[in-house]
Design a protein around this ligand. Sequence first.
Ligand SMILES: [Fe+2]
Length: 378
Amino acid sequence: MSRRHQILIVDDEVANLRLLRRVLGKDYEILEATSGQEGLDLLKQNKVSLIITDQRMPAMTGVQLLEQSLPVNPDAMKILLTGYTDVQALIDAINAGHVYKYIPKPWDADELKLTVRRALETFELKEHNIKLIEELRSAMSELEELSMGTIRALADALDAKCDYTAGHSLRVSRIACLIGRTLGLQDTELRDIELGGILHDIGKIGVPESILWKPSQLTSEEREIMRKHPSISAQIIGELRGLRRAREYVKHHHEYYDGSGYPDGLKGDDIPLGARIILVSDAYDAMTTDRPYRIAIGHDRAVKELSEMAGTQFDPNVVNALLQIAEGGADALNRRITTDFDETFLGLGVTSVDARATGKHFQAELDRKARLMATESQ
Ligand SMILES: [Fe+2]
C-alpha cells in the first residue's frame, strides 16, 4: 500500500485505544475518539479510510455509530470489535452499517493487522472503481456533447442551404414538443421529438436546389427524389445510440395514418407516435408559411384542413392536441414557440434562426435569380 491511510478508532476505554494505536500506529495515521459522537466529529473533519469501533459504549453503540457514519463518509470500511457474542448486534451491524468485518475480543494483534490490511485493500479497490466509473461517465457525456455538436452542425448546414428550411425545422420541433406535452408524454420522449423535429428534413441537404426551390409543380421523377429525404435524413443521423428513437421519427415523418404515406406505407399506431406528431406540426407550419410553390393559406384554413384530414392523413388525437395549443390563434401560437419557448430539452435552441423572418430568404433568392436570368438574356 503506497499511501498512509487514516484510521479512526473509537472505544470508550482509553486503555483499549492505546493498545490499538500500538498495533496500528506504525503503518497508519490514527485518529482516536472515546465516544460515538466524538468519532462522528472526527469523520467530518478527516478523510478516513477505515473505522474500527467497539460495540459496547455508553450513549452510542458501535453499530449506531457505523450507521450514522454512512451519510458523512459512505465509503470508509468498517470493523466492529465486540467483547461478547451478541448475535443481534452483529446482524444489525451487517444490515445497517455495512460492516466489513466483525472481530471478537480479545483480538490477536497479527490477525487484526491482517484484517486491517485487507480492509484497506478493498477500500482502495472500491476507490479505484469509483474513479473509473467517473471517468467513464465523463467520457460518455463528452461523446454525447460531441454528437449534439454534430446535430447543431447539421442543422446549420441545412440553414446555410436554405434558411427557410432551418427556421421551419425549429418551429416544427417546438410545435411538436407542445403537442407531445399536451398528449402527456414524458421528458425523454419529448427530447427525442425535439431532436426529430430539428432533424426531420436534414436529408433535404441531398436534394438539388432546383427541386427544393422549384416554384412550379414537381415532375414525377423530381417527386421521387424529394420522397427520398426522410430515408436520407435517417441515414445521416446514423446509428448513434442516443438518437435511435429520433431517427425512427425522422424516417417515418411522411407516413400517413391511413397507410398511404412513405417510405414504408405504415398505418395507424404502427407509425411511431413521434413521427405522427412531427407530421402534423410539419403540415401546420408548411400551410402557415410561404412555400416556393404557393403562399401561406393562413392559420384558420390550416386548422380547418388539418381537422378535415384527421383520420386519413393525420392521427386524430394529434390533430386534437394541435387544435388545443393553437386555440388562441396564429399569433398566440407563434409567441409560444418563439419568445415564450423556454422548454428546450436539449438546449439546442438554434437561436441564430429568427422564426419570424424565415420564408423570406428564398423569396429574395428567387428574385435575385430572376434578376440574373433577366440580365443574362439581355
Ligand atoms: Fe419532410
